[in-house]
Design a protein around this ligand. Structure first.
Ligand SMILES: [Zn+2]
Ligand SMILES: [Zn+2]
Length: 650
């Protein structure tokens, strides 16, 4: 091989020779012209690079397009530069803080100085300017620059924010990127040129303190999103609008499911009666399924002695950043709000000697745990400081891991199916084979467990992705990624093998060989937490819960006051048969009562008037569908039972 040739290894394992200095785009071009047109960046030896940056030695190389997460984030980060260029042209003299890509889109923190940014007028101008500049197809050019020259540039420009950032950087590692008339201090990478950006939208404006420090200046944070096609932006905006309508915080309030009170404390949800009903139905459902699957219920307290968490390692890991210990009159004793249920369950396991005949032992608890999330991180029910996990720990022998995984997968799939989550994948997280020393536990056991998970997922026919290096330090895991009705991905349901806690708690069982052995521990939670799950469920079904879960399954609508005692009697009958609902006794016209019940998304309306009272029947209306006929009491009960069963989606 000539010295001027280098070897490039592509993701499928093919090795090709290219001249030294080959770029991602060149490699793409050697594969197909279409690919070369679409390549946004290249991952070179695991690091994302400009697709235009020359590679001068042997390397692995993966081409990134819009379909790759890192391709998208390069696209969005480059769009932040484009937005900055547009701002500079519309507001000469503006200064810039930082401008990263985020999960969807990007932002840039801007100091407008004396100039005023008027959203109504300036957002459309800014969007138009961005597209105008994008059409110039300006290249993003990388320049390595020494620290002194870099500081000089921003001193002359008068941007003290960039100068402050520069002071923290080491000489020799500093790069500028230029596109059109704009220069930014940036590590990169960026897309090849601005022409890829075909649609732009500024979504939001917020205040943000420089470097997140409230003692420093507040900058204007402009959030935006861009796409390679106008159509994709249109679809995205429609999705945002639909998501706004389904926001669980909004629906939670309208449907009276839960609330928050600053007096109680931020991030500590208060479940209202209807929300509690919904939650308890979920709990009952899972309890029943778990009982069938051989789980045994346990209950443990909300606090535990600090020593317990020192043993488990949680104190060392989370102690400083979480709720602080609870003091008692005896100064030597301290307690913690429990951040996890596992240590308590380990102590239940240890309550007496265990024999191999008892394994697997499956201990389940709807256990409430407390974690101190930063106030900025709190979000409705999805990020809270106190939440209830549908937790269980399975203690088993190494040779039982596979079977237990299969059983947990069955349970998780049963839960998802019943609740109408039909689109999901499973992510298998394994060790980084290059860096085995990072992980606790014997090599042999890791191999058994990893193989067991892969085989169990395969035998259950799961769609899986396997990621190396994503395992926890204490064991491999399998997570379910679920797509909701808006095609958004959520991580739900996790199954984790743990070699660490059995070690730390010195858990043992006596084997058939009469020797002591260490069991494996499996953590699993199909919902994850009830709070987060209910939030996702609300948004997935837009607050229109399946009948079996609905906290208000029916509403009785008497046409006038004359029929209230008949209505109350019907209510009692239905409640005795395990349905929940109410009577709308307001002095309103029936049309109004029906409209209000529709807004509240009550699945069934039972209308009672002269005719119904005389014949001892009810007229039934279904939410969104209208009249579906009249039933006598027994008929109504049969109908409701069969509708409930249907709604379980089995
Ligand atoms: Zn950049
Ligand atoms: Zn656990």
């Amino acid at each position: 091989m000539s010295e001027k040739q280098i070897k490039i290894t592509l993701p499928d394992g093919t090795v090709k020779e290219y001249p030294k200095g080959v770029t991602g785009i060149d490699v793409a071009g050697s594969i197909s012209e279409g690919l070369a047109r679409n390549v946004l960046a290249a991952k070179v030896n695991g690091e994302v690079w400009d697709a235009t940056r020359p590679v001068d030695r042997d390397a692995t190389l993966q081409l990134l397009t819009w379909n790759d997460k890192e391709g998208k984030s390069t696209f969005w980060h480059s769009s932040a530069h484009l937005m900055a260029e547009a701002l500079e042209s519309l507001f000469p003299g503006v200064k810039f803080g930082i401008g990263p890509a985020i999960e969807t889109g990007f932002y840039y923190d801007v100091d407008f100085g004396d100039q005023e940014f008027d959203p109504l007028k300036d957002i459309p101008r800014l969007e138009n300017k961005m597209l105008e500049l994008a059409r110039e197809k300006n290249q993003y050019k990388r320049e390595e620059i020494d620290k002194k020259s870099a500081i000089k540039y921003f001193t002359e420009k008068g941007d003290e924010y960039k100068i402050e950032l520069l002071r923290d950087l080491e000489d020799g590692s500093i790069t500028f990127y230029h596109q059109g008339n704009f220069t930014d201090l940036c590590r990169g990478p960026h897309i090849p040129n601005t022409g890829f950006i075909k649609a732009a939208k500024i979504l939001n404006i917020a205040g943000a303190y420089w470097r997140g420090d409230e003692k420093r200046k507040q900058l204007t944070r402009l959030y935006g999103v861009t796409f390679p096609k106008q159509k994709e932006l249109t679809e995205y905006l429609e999705l945002l609008e639909e998501a706004r309508k389904r926001d669980h915080r909004k629906l939670g309030k309208e449907l009276e499911l839960f609330t928050f009170s600053e007096k109680v404390g931020m991030g500590l949800p208060l479940w209202l009666p209807k929300g509690t009903m919904l939650r308890e139905r979920l709990v009952d459902f899972l309890k029943k399924a778990q009982l069938k699957a051989g789980y045994e219920g346990v209950i443990t307290p909300h606090i535990g002695n600090k020593q317990l968490y020192i043993t488990s390692g949680h104190y060392e890991k989370y102690g400083k950043d979480s709720f602080q210990p609870i003091k008692v009159p005896d100064e030597n004793d301290e307690f913690l709000l429990k951040p996890m249920n596992c240590p308590h369950h380990c102590e239940i396991y240890k309550a007496r000697p265990r024999s191999y005949k008892e394994l697997p032992l499956r201990l389940a608890e709807f256990g409430t745990v407390y974690r101190y999330e930063q106030s900025g991180e709190l979000h409705g029910l999805t990020r809270v400081r106190g939440f209830t996990q549908d937790d269980a720990h399975i203690f088993c022998r190494h040779d039982q891991v596979k079977d237990e995984f299969k059983k947990v997968i069955d349970l998780v799939l049963y839960v998802f199916n019943t609740l109408g989550f039909e689109n999901f994948t499973a992510q298998i997280s394994l060790r980084d084979p290059e860096n085995k020393s990072k992980y606790i536990g014997e090599d042999k056991n890791w191999e058994i467990a990893e193989k067991a998970i892969i085989e169990a997922a395969d035998e259950k026919g799961l769609k899986t992705v396997t990621v190396l290096g994503e395992a926890a330090f204490y064991g491999p895991k399998l997570d379910f990624m679920v797509k909701d009705a808006l095609n958004r991905s959520w991580q739900l349901g996790t199954i984790q093998v743990d070699y660490n806690l059995p070690e730390r708690f010195e858990l043992e069982y006596t084997g058939s060989d009469n020797q002591k052995h260490r069991p494996v521990m499996i953590h699993r939670a199909p919902f994850g937490s009830l709070e987060r799950f209910v939030a996702i469920l609300i948004e997935h079904c837009a607050g229109e819960f399946p009948l079996w879960l609905s906290p208000e399954q029916f509403i009785i609508l008497p046409i006038s006051e004359k029929f209230s005692s008949f209505s109350e009697d019907l209510l009692k009958y239905l409640e005795e048969n395990n349905f929940t609902g109410s009577v709308d006794n307001r002095d309103e016209k029936i049309g109004r009562k029906i409209r209000d019940a529709e807004i509240k998304k009550v699945p069934f309306m039972f209308i009672v008037g002269e005719k119904e009272q005389e014949s001892n029947t009810v007229s039934v209306r279904k939410h969104k569908e209208g009249d579906i006929g009249s039933f006598d009491r027994k008929g109504l009960l049969g109908f409701m039972n069969s509708e409930t069963e249907k709604s379980m989606n089995l």
